[in-house]
Design a protein around this ligand. Structure first.
Ligand code: 5RP
Length: 225
């Protein structure tokens, strides 16, 4: 059921991609369906060029024959399509469960519009229901975590299934902050966390979401402007 919803919203998002567009590809299980749908459209004659927010999405796109842009020769995108872990009524989001938050934020901010594709489970009144991923550099990470914890941001360093620390594509760690209750001041939290030396970025995404395509469990798909 869940997969069908993700597939349907991925296809919906692909319908918003037009001939000649430069497209940003998100990361995650919902973005996967968007990329698959885009591949199908390209096979039928749609011509686009893309940038990917992760190696996974890059590999999928290349395998499907989508021509890719060079990140260092590209300064803007027409559209960026990605999922989210949480989105509130003001379209503020938490992203990064897939570990690609830094590249995702860069592509989202390069894009004329970010299309967010989520199922109903991602809609929240307040952000921080689940964890807030924060990317930190490995150097002196103990001190970075100490700073975070002193400010009250407690969490865990992300690990892989084999027990080793998870390493991002930028060769960094992810610290997943668990809020004791959802935050009422996400901008303030973002600011406080970002100001700690060693922190690369947080998974908060503000002022980036354009249209939001929501898939409801009853099969309805709603596009929020
Ligand atoms: C990856 C992300 C994803 O967009 C987010 O985790 C949503 O993924 P999914 O569509 O699998 O629920 O931020 O870093």
């Amino acid at each position: 059921m869940h997969e069908e919803i993700k597939k349907a919203i991925g296809e919906h998002a692909a319908d918003l991609v037009h001939q000649g567009m430069h497209v940003g590809l998100g990361t995650g299980s919902t973005a996967f369906y968007f990329i698959q749908s885009l591949i199908e459209k390209c096979k039928k004659g749609l011509k686009v060029k893309a940038l990917a927010s992760s190696q996974r999405s890059y590999d999928q796109a290349i395998k499907g024959g989508i021509p890719m842009l060079d990140i260092n020769q590209t300064t803007s995108l027409d559209i960026y399509v990605d999922g989210a872990d949480e989105i509130d009524p003001l379209k503020r989001m938490i992203k990064g469960k897939g570990g690609a938050l830094v590249k995702e934020k860069i592509l989202a901010s390069m894009s004329r519009e970010m299309i967010v594709i989520v199922d109903q489970s991602k809609l929240v009144d307040h952000l921080g229901k689940d964890v807030l991923p924060v990317e930190i550099i490995p150097y002196a990470y103990g001190s970075t975590l100490h700073h975070l914890e002193k400010l009250g941001y407690k969490g865990t360093l992300r690990k892989k299934d084999d027990g080793n620390l998870y390493i991002t594509e930028n060769h960094n760690y992810i610290y997943d902050i668990a809020f004791s209750s959802p935050t009422l001041h996400p901008e303030k939290d973002h600011e406080m966390i970002r100001n700690i030396p060693g922190v690369v970025d947080t998974g908060f995404f503000f002022h980036l979401a354009g249209r939001v395509i929501v898939g409801f469990f009853d099969g309805q798909i709603v596009i929020r402007p």
